[in-house]
Design a protein around this ligand. Structure first.
Ligand SMILES: [Zn+2]
Length: 295
């Protein structure tokens, strides 16, 4: 972790002119995103040079960040990070995730079928899929966790198409899509890697949830500089070649579920002090979207 302690200054000057998801130019600024002096990018501490901004697409209702880190800098930072350090979890997948999420993932994990987890980190989801009988594959940008994944019996690949087109029955992408510079490119590759009827299971923040709409640029999940794009249900429902089979509103993990009164009290206190950021939330603020490849 010694190298990770060095603070890197990053010029976050990337601004797309149109919605990075549907391409529409009808966009409006939601607000400035509060900028901290020092924030983690994967496991590296960085300082941003500009104020990031949250924008809303009037055509597809997705949200995205302008003044984000350039893709080349992003690749460099992720590539030199140790993701296992940043996101090491103590609990296995079925205890970390909410019951509704675990049940739905279990439903798509059929014995003997192939499952690929993109951005698999240390393999918590893969461990669960394997316990359900799946043949498991993982893609992880940070190479430091590859030996651990292999030790646990997961196959590590570098590209969803490494095994050939139509090879996978299920692809999962948890806490991933909000980091991507080319969501449409990613969906296209997943579509080619899945068989017809195969499922792409995405877990991400829901830009249409109540806290996101109330908090605007202060929504905690926007969390610059890593999260840059927040696809809406309208965008995902309009994709050619896919059908939204499930749209399950949820929390990212059981750790985010708070008693209703506790959450409401915290929210009111934050609102009074003008620092409401939607957390903790009395409502689910993530979504588990199951997309079925239809053609
Ligand atoms: Zn759009």
């Amino acid at each position: 972790m010694v190298a990770d302690q060095v603070l890197q200054v990053v010029d976050n000057d990337f601004r797309c002119d149109a919605c990075p998801l549907c391409g529409a130019r009808r966009i409006r600024k939601v607000g400035e995103i509060p900028r901290l002096e020092s924030v983690p990018y994967a496991s590296i501490q960085v300082r941003l040079m500009r104020d990031p901004e949250l924008w809303h697409c009037l055509a597809c209702a997705s949200r995205f960040v302008r003044n984000s880190v350039r893709e080349a800098d992003s690749a460099r930072l992720y590539g030199s990070s140790n993701s296992g350090d940043r996101w090491r979890r103590n609990r296995p997948f079925h205890q970390e995730k909410t019951a509704g999420v675990v049940r739905r993932v279990a439903q798509v994990c059929k014995a003997g079928e192939t499952l690929l987890d993109v951005g698999c980190n240390t393999g918590d989801l893969l461990d669960f899929a394997r316990s359900q009988g799946c043949v498991t594959y993982g893609i992880e940008f940070s190479g430091s966790v590859h030996p651990q994944l292999r030790e646990k019996g997961h196959q590590v690949i570098g590209d969803p198409l490494a095994e050939g087109e139509g090879y996978f029955d299920v692809i999962t992408a948890f806490d991933l899509i909000e980091h991507l510079y080319d969501v449409n490119g990613f969906l296209k590759v997943c579509g080619r890697a899945l068989r017809i009827g195969g499922k792409l299971v995405i877990l991400t923040g829901d830009p249409g949830c109540v806290p996101a709409r109330l908090a605007g640029g202060r929504w905690w999940y926007v969390a610059p500089p890593e999260h840059i794009v927040f696809p809406s249900r309208r965008f995902l429902s309009g994709l050619d070649g896919w059908r939204v089979a499930e749209w399950h509103r949820c929390y990212n993990s059981v750790a985010w579920v708070r008693p209703l009164l506790t959450a409401v009290r915290a929210n009111l206190s934050a609102a009074v002090h003008r620092r409401y950021n939607g957390h903790p939330s009395p409502w689910p603020d993530h979504v588990l979207a199951v997309l079925e490849k239809v053609g």
